[in-house]
Design a protein around this ligand. Structure first.
Ligand code: SAM
Length: 231
């Protein structure tokens, strides 16, 4: 999987991708991440401006279409032959859930476009964007944190990234349900014991208990996730 991230703040990604699972995935060559400054694609060589006033007199600034279009075209050229999907991070997009993550993980490459200010000129969306994705019903200052969430969630699903694929398969949402509770040592912590079934070594009973707990938690917290297939 190749991620090409288009942003006005490349420095924001330094820490996010330099540790743990994503770092190892990059080192193993399972994912590659390019981070590109949209400002480098400004057609205004002198000031490298990337924003302008919106028509209609709204407050705030908008990202101009030319630098965005130039940046996306350059990214498509870099990823030629890799079928890049252009994804714009926006509160108006499809809500990011595990099904959307699975869909994205099947692509060969993703161009993640991070907005700033009041967002981007609609004509860029119309002409260049294949999919719009939101990370929730709230407004962040930019698309960088949403793009990090996409890279992280998608990377976890790339075969070979997690030491044991089971750990992705037993995560919340993979089967459509929330995850069951988890316990590690010690057997008793602050007066609370690990449920006995988990100490029994009886794998069928353990799976049954885990599924039951997943169902209980999902029923209470996210009944909207329950379907005929997963109950
Ligand atoms: N005016 C926009 C609106 O009301 O939808 C919000 C603009 S926001 C301040 C600036 C940028 O942050 C957006 O262009 C988008 O890229 C990103 N952003 C903010 N919230 C987001 C969310 N919930 N999901 C994805 N991207 C988001």
């Amino acid at each position: 999987m190749i991620f090409d991230i288009l942003t006005l703040f490349p420095g924001m990604f330094d820490g996010a991708f330099s540790d743990s699972i994503i770092k190892r995935a990059v080192e193993k060559g399972l994912v590659s991440i390019g981070i590109h400054n949209i400002r480098d694609y400004s057609d205004d060589a002198r000031h490298q401006s990337v924003d302008d006033y919106p028509y209609g007199g709204d407050a705030g600034m908008l990202m101009k279409p030319e630098p965005l279009a130039n940046a996306i075209r350059a990214s498509r050229e870099r990823l030629a032959g890799k079928n890049p999907l252009v994804v714009y991070m926006t509160p108006a997009g499809r809500l990011l859930n595990q099904n959307v993550v699975k869909e994205l993980a099947e692509k060969e490459s993703l161009i993640l476009l991070c907005g700033r200010y009041k967002g981007i000129d609609q004509r860029v969306t119309d002409n260049y964007v294949d999919m719009e994705v939101s990370v929730g019903d709230y407004v962040l200052s930019g698309g960088e944190i949403p793009a990090m969430a996409v890279v992280d969630a998608v990377t976890r699903l790339i075969p070979g990234v997690l030491g044991n694929m089971d750990s992705a398969e037993t995560d919340s949402f993979h089967s459509g349900l929330l995850s069951h509770p988890h316990y590690t040592r010690p057997e008793v912590f602050e007066g609370i014991s690990v449920p006995e079934v988990l100490l029994s070594g009886h794998h069928a009973n353990i799976r049954k208990w885990q599924h039951q707990k997943s169902l209980e938690i999902t029923r209470v917290r996210r009944p909207d996730l329950l379907t005929a297939e997963n109950i």
